[in-house]
Design a protein around this ligand. Structure first.
Ligand code: UD1
Length: 433
């Protein structure tokens, strides 16, 4: 298992280019299942979740070509014949977003068999709303042996009101409804830019969708979709992570290839915390020359402050003057990074969904363990400001969603290196007498 070794204390200086959004790329790859034509996706990030999705789609019989060389961010998918409309536990357990294939498969093939995701490091994460929505669209659902099976000759349009806002739930049902007979109106939808990006692709494929990016989406069902070419939007969470890295280290970094309009809540909160930024249409410059000050933060659905930036913001709070209260409203168990930050010297008290962070605490290097994707990012940030050399274990979590993070950090002056397992299993076993 790879580890990162990071020596803190260097201000980051220079330019970092942001990759395509993993959370937009995943549903767009699943959308390719809706047609037997070729779908070409540009700006696909080279991260592990994309490779998992390639394996998932290939296992169903789709041809997925991940680009290489100069075309390494292009992916071509052709789902001409789908022999096995199934997502196995082996794949779903490593990536919960695999459930995104449920809607497209039942819409295209008339049936789907997808493993239930089960528990996950950041809380229960059920998919009941995906299932309820598909039932509203006329699918027959059964569950056994840890799998959910959906079948329908042809889905029919319906009115769906989500009990709770769900991002992948909105995307799953949006895809399903494109091929349903008649009109679908979905209310209380997720408004994330990734939902709007998916709708953009689907409309290029011939779907009739209006309102994506707002809480009410209207879909006029069509009988067939065609191939399309689409460029994935930039990753707002990767951009937010680099903005906090620059601010924390007192650096000066230009973040290019991003969309500042997707980062309003993050930028507003960071301004409140004393971070200075300027931006153009597709870049943000962070000037970390001012002291940080405490600012309370609540995670919310988009356009609120993203839960995927909560762990990174917590590191900012440890360095700001004063006490910040961070409230996590989306997932019930998303403070695992806090315990590791405490091991590095942070003062954080947890009370249910709230974390009370006392600021201006010097962090010291330690050996720490990454527990999920965004938690790992926060440990990298903490290590960049810690005194000494931090070793972060289980960085495969970070490889799920950040493209070459160590290369990008190195290019702006961070002292970071990746090492393989220090004690390979065989060598670590006690020698036989
Ligand atoms: C997506 C993002 C993830 C982000 C999250 C919240 C992708 C691939 N992942 O995850 O990075 O952290 O949005 O912004 O886009 N819920 C239910 N029933 C359901 C579905 C969800 O109760 O059927 C609950 C969840 O437990 C959670 C909340 O709704 O408490 C939001 O979850 P959801 O928006 O579905 O998260 P994901 O789509 O899995």
């Amino acid at each position: 298992m790879d580890k990162f070794v990071i020596r803190g204390g260097t201000p980051l200086l220079g330019t970092v280019r942001i990759s395509g959004a993993k959370n937009a790329a995943l549903p767009c790859m699943a959308a390719a299942l809706l047609t037997d034509d070729t779908v070409v996706l540009e700006n696909i990030p080279q991260v592990r979740d994309i490779e998992t999705t390639r394996r998932l789609l290939s296992a169903m019989g789709a041809e997925v070509e991940l680009g290489y060389g100069r075309a390494h961010h292009r992916t071509t998918i052709q789902a001409g014949k789908l022999s096995t409309p199934e997502a196995s536990y082996e794949l779903v357990k490593t990536m919960r977003a695999s459930t995104l294939v449920l809607g497209p498969l039942v819409a295209r093939c008339g049936r789907a068999r997808v493993s239930l995701p089960g528990g996950c490091a950041i809380g229960a994460r059920p998919i009941d709303l995906h299932i309820k929505g598909l039932e509203r669209l006329g699918a027959k659902i059964t569950q056994d042996h840890g799998y959910v099976e959906a079948s329908a000759k042809r889905l029919r349009g319906a009115e769906i009101v989500f009990d709770k806002i769900t991002v992948t739930g909105t995307e799953d049902l949006l895809m399903a409804a494109t091929l349903a007979e008649g009109d679908t109106v979905m209310q209380n939808c997720a408004r994330e830019p990734e939902v709007a990006d998916l709708a953009d692709l689907l409309n290029k494929m011939g779907a009739k969708i209006e309102g994506a990016g707002t809480s009410t989406i209207r879909i006029r069902g069509v009988s067939k979709l065609r191939g399309a070419r689409h460029r994935i939007i930039p990753d707002r969470i990767e951009a937010g992570t680099f903005i906090t890295a620059a601010a924390l280290t007192g650096g000066d970094v230009k973040i290019t290839g991003c969309d500042p309009s997707h980062l309003d809540a993050v930028l507003q909160k960071l301004h409140e915390a004393g971070v200075k930024t300027t931006h153009s249409q597709d870049s943000i410059r962070v000037m970390g020359d001012k002291p940080l000050r405490a600012a309370d933060m609540n995670t919310e659905e988009y356009p609120g402050f993203p839960t995927d930036m909560q762990a990174q913001y917590m590191v900012v709070a440890t360095q700001a003057e004063g006490t910040s209260i961070i409230t996590e409203n989306i997932f019930e168990n998303r403070f695992m990074h806090a315990l590791e930050l405490v091991r590095m010297g942070a003062h954080i008290k947890m009370e249910g969904r709230r974390a009370i962070v006392r600021g201006r605490t010097p962090l010291g290097a330690a050996a720490v363990l990454a527990s999920d994707l965004r938690a790992s990012a926060s440990l990298v940030l903490a290590a960049l400001v810690a005194d000494g050399e931090t070793i972060i274990d289980r960085v495969y979590h970070i490889d799920r969603g950040y493209e070459h993070i160590e290369e990008k950090l190195k290019s702006v002056g961070a002292e970071i290196r990746r090492i393989g397992e220090m004690f390979p299993k065989k060598a670590a076993a006690p020698a036989k007498a």
